[in-house]
Design a protein around this ligand. Sequence first.
Ligand SMILES: Nc1nc2c(c(=O)[nH]1)N[C@@H](CN(C=O)c1ccc(C(=O)N[C@@H](CCC(=O)O)C(=O)O)cc1)CN2
Length: 286
Amino acid sequence: MALRIDGKRLAADVRARAAAEVAELAARGIPCGLAVVLVGDDQGSATYVRAKLRDCEQCGIPSRDFKLPEQTTQDELMELVRTLNDDPGIAGILVQMPLPRHLDAEAVVAAIDPTKDVDGFHPENLGRLVRGLPGLRPCTPAGIMEMLDAYGIDVSGKNAVIVGRSSIVGKPMSLMLLAQNATISVAHSHTDPRELARICQSADILVAACGIPKMIKGPWIKPGAAVIDVGMDRDEDGKLCGDVDFDSAELVAGAITPVPGGVGPMTRAMLMSNVVMAAKMQHGLM
Ligand SMILES: Nc1nc2c(c(=O)[nH]1)N[C@@H](CN(C=O)c1ccc(C(=O)N[C@@H](CCC(=O)O)C(=O)O)cc1)CN2
């Protein structure tokens, strides 16, 4: 039976470290403000934003909450981002994704000052990741790297398979694992479905980020592998589940993240540590 990786407990540790650093920075007169921008009425996004604002409160991070209507125009959103870029009290800017379809998310992300890009989505920060330079990293893959490290799961020389190639998770995840000397395979929607099970079976570390409920089953998993589930799906009964069929996977894996309580809480916690990092970078402290 696999060891359960406890994302909630690790997230609490990450938040506690961030809170201590926020207090130290505040004592030196360095503000760690976070601006959180939510456009539209998506209930899931509103829930995540509320949770992020609670995390800020817990870490002593002053947050400013911008709730914009669904009909917000590109110009209005770009103007808000520019204003926040110029605000010295704001160390980090987060625009909750997805944006309504009429808005150009790429342009919005590119308009954020890269030193305030606490999501790590800006092309400069992704470029820094490609080049192996320090910078703000996307929260979900950064949280996964923390989890692997905390549980002593060595990545170097291991086969890592990532199922999914999004810019938020799959691509940065592959680069972060590569930077730790893993051998990487990325499967995606054009991968031959007859090959998918075999590719997954080659993984010592399997990261599921495809958005298909319970797609990855126990027989696809190499015995003893670390299985990281990024999925946030609903099963046939409407219950929250991941991309991995947990019940069959935990019988084979060596370690596994649950949904809920695995990657999600770490995604939120890494945002707090990115805000601290952004504030430090802006004040020449790293
Ligand atoms: N600007 C961003 N937008 C989005 C990101 C992001 O990192 N930055 N990631 C996702 C959503 N997300 C954070 O925004 C997120 C999703 C889920 C969780 C989480 O803690 N999930 C819980 C379960 C919650 C539930 O019960 O529904 C868990 O897994 O335990 C945190 C963050 C897309 N947008």
